[in-house]
Design a protein around this ligand. Structure first.
Ligand code: SF4
Length: 359
């Protein structure tokens, strides 16, 4: 017999679920790509990225064969670029060791690059109907409210506890529907600030609703203060070409291109830092000119203030010493390369200049 709240949730999902391109064909490949894109990113943002990605790389084999730059270019703007690099690596592992077929087993999936506990649960339940519950932010919110759980959801024990509690219910339903129904209910109904309890399929049995505790739950300790890092980059032009460098794979934003430069140390002015960074990164001496813009950008664990200075080479030829590649790129061809969001903000500001006249 199906538990009443499970029945009510599934019926609601059947009537209310949103259309999503990966839902119409929930193959393991589509499920995997969509679940990775959906981490930290809203459905509406993901949809066009997913469609472009699948159009360019329709199969595991085509993704494995692709150039990493091309994969990153398709990811540009989604952020958290290690996700794209891991997707690419996993496609290659699947081709080399799994005949390009994604495994269905929850444990096995977690051995693949970039597939953790949550994504493995999503793939094995949604694409293979294995009874493995997913526990993401939505699920945590719904069930701490539903069951009246007052533990801090930043602690992993809460996730583990909910995973085991939900294991006994997922068996009562089609696992793909069960998991997607809970996530959809969290996204559409049990929203963080103003849950729409009167429309909720879980209302009758919900602790938070019955006891008016929606605002108290879930319990989440305050996030740590995010530090700000000052960074300086050089705008170095030569005959309508701009000098750009490629970040190493193992670093944050690895594989993306950027303007050369780096962190401003405490004792340094931006000019001094840029002169030093260009020597260390490219082996060149430079004359640092004036500041052309300053942009701000927030990443998940820190914020940056990025200063861009015009600059000209006075000695040496740029070589990739700490970067993995260096290129002179015609300014009209910049859109062929994948850049971080902060660099795009610099491009927007640079539009007001004639770049060749900067120094
Ligand atoms: Fe969330 Fe309200 Fe539904 Fe309870 S009744 S699960 S608080 S939306």
């Amino acid at each position: 017999m199906t538990t009443a709240w499970v029945r009510s949730l599934l019926q609601w999902f059947n009537e209310s679920q949103r259309e999503m391109p990966w839902r119409s064909d929930p193959s393991p490949y589509h499920t995997w790509i969509s679940e990775i894109m959906l981490q930290q990113t809203q459905v509406v943002t993901v949809i066009p990225y997913f469609q472009r990605f699948i159009q360019s790389f329709p199969s595991v084999e085509s993704l494995a064969k692709a150039d990493q730059d091309d994969v990153l270019k398709h990811w540009q703007g989604l952020g958290y670029y290690s996700r794209a690099r891991n997707i690419h690596k996993t496609a290659q592992v699947l081709v080399e060791s799994y005949q390009a077929v994604m495994p269905s087993d929850f444990e096995e999936l977690q051995r693949l690059p970039g597939i953790g506990f949550y994504t493995a649960a999503a793939i094995s339940s949604i694409a293979f109907e294995k009874p493995v519950p997913v526990v993401d932010g939505n699920v945590l919110r719904v069930f701490t409210r539903f069951w009246g759980i007052y533990d801090d959801i930043r602690h992993n024990q809460v996730k583990t506890m909910l995973f085991h509690k939900l294991e006994s219910y997922i068996k009562e339903a089609k696992p793909s529907d069960f998991n997607q129904a809970i996530m959809e209910c969290g996204a559409l109904v049990c929203q963080p600030q103003s849950p729409l309890c009167t429309q909720c399929p879980l209302q009758i049995d919900c602790f938070a609703y019955v006891h008016h505790k929606q605002k108290e739950l879930p319990v989440k300790s305050p996030a740590k203060k995010v530090p700000t890092v000052d960074v300086v980059v050089g705008v170095i032009m030569n005959d309508n070409c701009l000098l750009i460098t490629k970040r190493p794979d193992h670093k944050m934003l690895g594989g993306l291109w950027e303007l050369p430069g780096g962190k401003i140390e405490k004792h340094e002015s931006p000019e001094q830092a840029l002169y030093r960074e260009l020597r260390e990164e490219l082996g060149i001496d430079s004359e640092v000119g004036s500041q052309v813009c300053m942009v701000r950008h927030a990443y998940s664990h820190f914020k940056i203030k990025l200063y861009a200075y015009s600059c000209k080479i006075t000695a040496g030829t740029p070589q990739p010493l700490s970067a993995v590649d260096v290129k002179w790129v015609n300014v009209d061809d910049l859109n062929e390369y994948a850049f971080p969001k902060a660099t795009h903000k610099v491009w927007a500001d640079l539009k007001k200049y004639n770049l060749n006249n900067l120094v």
